[in-house]
Design a protein around this ligand. Structure first.
Ligand code: KIV
Length: 274
């Protein structure tokens, strides 16, 4: 049985409770008011205003260039749309790595100026002091481990993480520390399914929910990039992605039909004119 109703706002407590009761958690990225309104009305549990906006919205090759100001701007639109879902916004590269003070100041700006409910940041042991300070300051934090795209140049690509035992052990240790520090949830990206299931078990005593992307079915919930699962990003076809629609084809057909109608003079017709 679901632990929330459509009329109530999802909170971090709801997410922790859903993990505890085995009610699967749904999360999608969103970056604008119009699409976010549809996603919210469809009943999603959580929005992620991901720094994938750097790729999806801005056309950059990586997530690195997007700024805190730009993330705040995008998050405001999603917050206005969210009548039901919890809104988590990504802390962009460079907004939390310099010092704990910088991390807290950036997170407070994000909460105050965008109106989001929580922030997400990438990393394990290296970001723990920042995570502790942010949580002490009253900022709800979602962790993100495994493939952390802000470290793409360090990793040398976007391949599967934690295939080797040493990295898998470190990942489990990082997850436990993040959960102990008070993260209400942790995203695990592109790691073996068995490892993700093991982490989910390991953080359960701390009432921390796990959300997977390319991490199999043993997590408490799933997240996907909205534009990818809607088929708007037509060339992106990783193994973990399921396309639930082919909106890229639909957009191209609609735009083609519009161009034809304008060129042949059939749009606008009489009923579409004043
Ligand atoms: O920015 C993003 O979209 C993300 C998801 C891939 C988890 O961090």
């Amino acid at each position: 049985m679901s632990v929330h109703t459509q009329s109530s706002r999802v909170t971090t407590a709801t997410i922790r409770q859903m993990a505890a009761t085995g009610d699967k958690i749904t999360m999608l990225t969103s970056y604008d008011f119009t699409l976010a309104s549809l996603v919210d009305e469809a009943g999603i549990d959580m929005f992620l205003v991901g720094d994938s906006a750097s790729n999806v919205v801005c056309g950059n090759a990586t997530t690195l260039p997007i700024t805190l100001d730009e993330m705040i701007f995008l998050t405001k639109g999603v917050v206005r749309a969210a009548k039901h879902a919890l809104v988590v916004s990504d802390m962009p590269f460079g907004s939390y790595q310099v010092s704990e003070e910088q991390a807290v100041a950036s997170a407070i700006r994000m909460l105050k100026e965008s109106g989001c409910d929580a922030v997400k940041l990438e990393g394990g042991a290296s970001v723990l002091p920042a995570v502790r300070h942010m949580i002490e300051a009253g900022v709800p934090v979602m962790g993100h481990i495994g493939l952390t795209p802000q470290s793409v140049h360090q990793f040398g690509g976007y391949g599967l993480r934690a295939k080797e035992q040493a990295e898998a052990d470190q990942l489990i240790a990082d997850a436990i520390e993040l959960a102990k520090a008070g993260c209400f949830s942790i995203v695990m990206e592109k790691i073996p399914a068995a490892l993700a299931a093991k982490v989910t078990e390991a953080v359960a005593p701390y009432h921390c929910a796990t959300i997977g992307i390319g991490a199999g079915n043993g997590t408490n919930g799933q997240v996907l990039v909205l534009h990818d699962m809607l088929g708007l990003n037509m060339s992106f076809k990783p193994k973990f992605l399921r396309r639930f629609a082919e909106l890229g084809e639909a957009v191209k057909t609609a735009v083609g039909d519009y161009i034809t109608a304008v060129k042949e003079g059939s749009f606008p017709n009489e009923s579409e004119s004043f």
